[in-house]
Design a protein around this ligand. Structure first.
Ligand code: SAM
Length: 388
């Protein structure tokens, strides 16, 4: 399977590439202002390029680094690949970028100490994109996340989290029936499923999940497979939330209504990170929905639950302001994003607030500046300032 993986870049993998690529540009522009060296680590790099010529993450990352490096910024990439054959290809694919891109042969879990050391001096972005779940041990990753607090470091992580595989492995580990859950059999995106992953012990699944919480979810017969997948993903995000104040996840589907193939889970300490990632994932989602429901059609036929509800959205923004007032526009966005992550763009937020400042469907917000055109720092309230 691993040989086949790089034959061609699958449609759903392109979303992951889009998200990585789109996010890195504004991310790098932001973190360069911290005036610390920047290190991007691709923990499961692969060969760098697919046989069909499409770029893998090492090339996507290197191209993003190149622009900044050429402007004199101290930024580099570390690309770790454990398979010798892929590593050789990676070396040659990274040749144009040797000034700032270092290929490394080995298992990324053997590099954890070095990575931890880097977080002392550098701003670190970790990208972990394994085939399945076995290579995603929570405890190892948590060692890196832990150094965030220790050194007040700037670390962000973007993980490919194969939640469906985890549910199936969990079922198998608890010796429960997995036959009713033979999903996604038409593709090879869950390669290890039939073999070594299905033979995992509960303790091995604990190590990947970062706890035993998965056991009660998986064995809860009142939950469907999809509900189990969602619950496990939410719990996993909560585990990451012990280290990152902001964690969000984005399901990658093959087509609408289908089970997610996997989720991208992102953790950051920075408010700006979550704002950037919201915009990035919003765009990926819009692209997906357009492709499913609008492309080649006269009208956008997306289902109502996928359409923006600007009235409901403005109402929620009003309610959140009322709960937290006075609240800056930025904090209002961040609060609302916990509910609406990747469903509305930042300009939707700005527009909704601007509408509310002028009066919208009987609701009215007031700005501290008294203006309706405001920036993110301006405080908002449901009562005029000075009359509170
Ligand atoms: C899904 S592919 C990565 C694809 C790559 N991110 C891309 O977009 O081109 C997973 C790669 O990670 C490698 N890998 C898996 N576990 C690893 C580990 N623990 N350390 C280093 N490489 C690993 C595999 O050999 C494989 O090449």
């Amino acid at each position: 399977m691993s040989e086949n993986f790089f034959k061609e870049n699958k449609e759903w993998s392109r979303y992951k590439d889009f998200i990585l690529d789109y996010y890195l540009k504004p991310y790098l522009e932001k973190v360069k202002l911290l005036n610390r060296p920047i290190l991007l680590i691709d923990c499961c790099a692969g060969p760098g390029m697919f046989d069909d010529g499409s770029k893998g993450s090492p090339l996507i990352i290197s191209e993003r680094i190149e622009g900044l490096y050429n402007r004199g910024v101290d930024v580099r990439g570390l690309f770790i690949e454990k398979k010798r054959g892929f590593y050789s290809k990676l070396q040659s694919n990274l040749e144009p970028y040797t000034a700032f891109a270092e290929p490394k042969h080995g298992n990324f879990t053997d590099c954890l100490e070095d990575i931890k050391q880097s977080t002392r001096t550098s701003t670190v972005f970790l990208y972990v994109d394994p085939y399945g779940i076995k290579e995603l041990p929570f405890s190892d990753l948590a060692g890196i996340y832990g150094s965030i607090e220790e050194h007040n470091a700037s670390v962000e992580a973007l993980l490919n989290f194969n939640s469906p595989a985890l549910v199936r492995c969990g079922l198998a580990a608890l010796k429960m029936d997995t036959s009713g859950f033979d999903l996604n059999t038409d593709d090879e995106s869950i390669p290890e499923m039939p073999g070594n992953m299905m033979a995992m012990t509960p303790a091995e699944v604990d190590a990947i999940e970062g706890g035993e919480y998965w056991r009660h979810i998986v064995s809860d017969s009142s939950l469907t497979f999809i509900q189990k997948e969602q619950a496990i993903s939410e719990e996993y995000a909560q585990q990451m939330g012990k280290y990152f104040p902001w964690v969000c996840s984005f399901p990658i589907q093959k087509s609408y209504g289908r089970f997610p193939k996997y989720r991208l889970i992102y953790g950051t300490r920075h408010q700006d990170g979550i704002l950037l990632m919201n915009n990035t994932m919003y765009r990926a989602r819009e692209q997906f929905l357009n492709q499913e429901f609008a492309s080649g059609r006269l009208f956008d036929l997306r289902p109502p639950e996928e359409s923006k509800d600007l009235s409901m959205f403005a109402n929620r923004l009003f309610d959140i302001t009322k709960e937290k007032e006075p609240i800056s526009r930025k904090n209002l966005k961040l609060e609302a994003m916990r509910e609406f992550f990747c469903h509305y763009s930042e300009s939707d937020y700005n527009q909704a607030v601007s509408n509310l400042l002028k009066g919208f469907e009987g609701l009215r917000l007031y700005s501290h500046s008294g203006r309706t055109r405001i920036n993110d720092d301006v405080l908002l309230s449901t009562k005029p300032f000075g009359q509170q």
